[in-house]
Write a protein that binds this ligand. Structure first.
Ligand SMILES: [Zn+2]
Length: 256
């Protein structure tokens, strides 16, 4: 056996190296095992939320988040694009995430709120409310099987959260590009079928039912309308929708 000096050797592969709190650019860390700790606890103590890990190899054997590190052991942590399946398929069970999501839907943290609007415009169920705290978001993710999007590492370290992404980009279009690459989103499921404000599905409505609320120009040029059953907001294929479509298409995502 090795002269292990009471340490385990951890290798954070690919983009995970850049997430380490103490700046080990090569991703290689000798970790002193002063207490019994699962690999999940150790990884998160080093600054990397478990949501970013898609594969763990301990002495070349795949293992789960609850694996207890031993002195002398070598563990490699793999990011999504170095593990299988890639791109990530949330509807497939894996060793690290045995319970898949039945359908891809999101809960979005306040720090990436504008990403929620883009996802809603595309037709995704993207729950968001600026008043929700970390505990509420983690609970909602667990109860409703939602994929968490956040720039907050502390939130994503919560054990109730199974699926999530530490969003790196500062701007919403870059954030959507990250999520689309990770989850292989190439097409918007249903453009402009969801209320941007309430996240509920809109319903088609006859023009004469809402004509009193429309501007003269809108009455003249538009005949197709949808309405949110919750807040009553009316949507039509005007310049605002074209603006959303252009942004989404610019990321290589088909919007129609
Ligand atoms: Zn609404």
């Amino acid at each position: 056996m090795s002269g292990d000096d009471g340490c385990a050797r951890l290798l954070f592969c690919g983009e995970l190296a850049g997430l380490l709190r103490c700046g080990h650019a090569d991703g290689c860390i000798r970790y002193p095992l002063t207490r019994r700790a699962s690999i999940k606890d150790v990884v998160e103590a080093l600054g990397v939320p478990h949501t970013e890990i898609y594969g763990i190899l301990a002495d070349d054997t795949p293992c789960g988040f609850d694996m207890l590190l031993q002195p002398g052991q070598e563990a490699s942590l793999l990011p999504a694009d170095m593990a299988q399946p890639w791109p990530v398929d949330v509807t497939r069970s894996t060793l690290l995430r045995p319970v898949p999501l039945s359908v891809l839907r999101f809960v979005v943290d306040e720090n990436v709120a504008r990403l929620a609007m883009l996802l809603r415009a595309m037709g995704f169920d993207a729950a968001y409310d600026r008043n929700w705290d970390d505990a509420y978001i983690a609970n909602l993710a667990a109860e409703e099987d939602r994929f968490v999007l956040s720039a907050d590492r502390a939130l994503l370290k919560r054990s109730g959260i199974v699926w999530g992404r530490l969003v790196r980009s500062r701007n919403p279009d870059g954030q959507l590009a990250e999520v689309a690459r990770l989850l292989d989103i190439k097409r918007a499921p249903a453009m402009f079928r969801r209320c941007l404000r309430c996240n509920v599905a809109t319903e088609s409505v006859e023009k004469n039912e809402i004509i009193d609320f429309l501007e003269p120009k809108t009455i003249r040029y538009h005949n197709t309308f949808r309405r949110c059953p919750k807040c009553g907001r009316v949507y039509w294929p005007g310049s605002h929708q074209q603006y959303f479509s252009r942004r989404i298409e610019a990321l290589g995502i088909t919007s129609r």
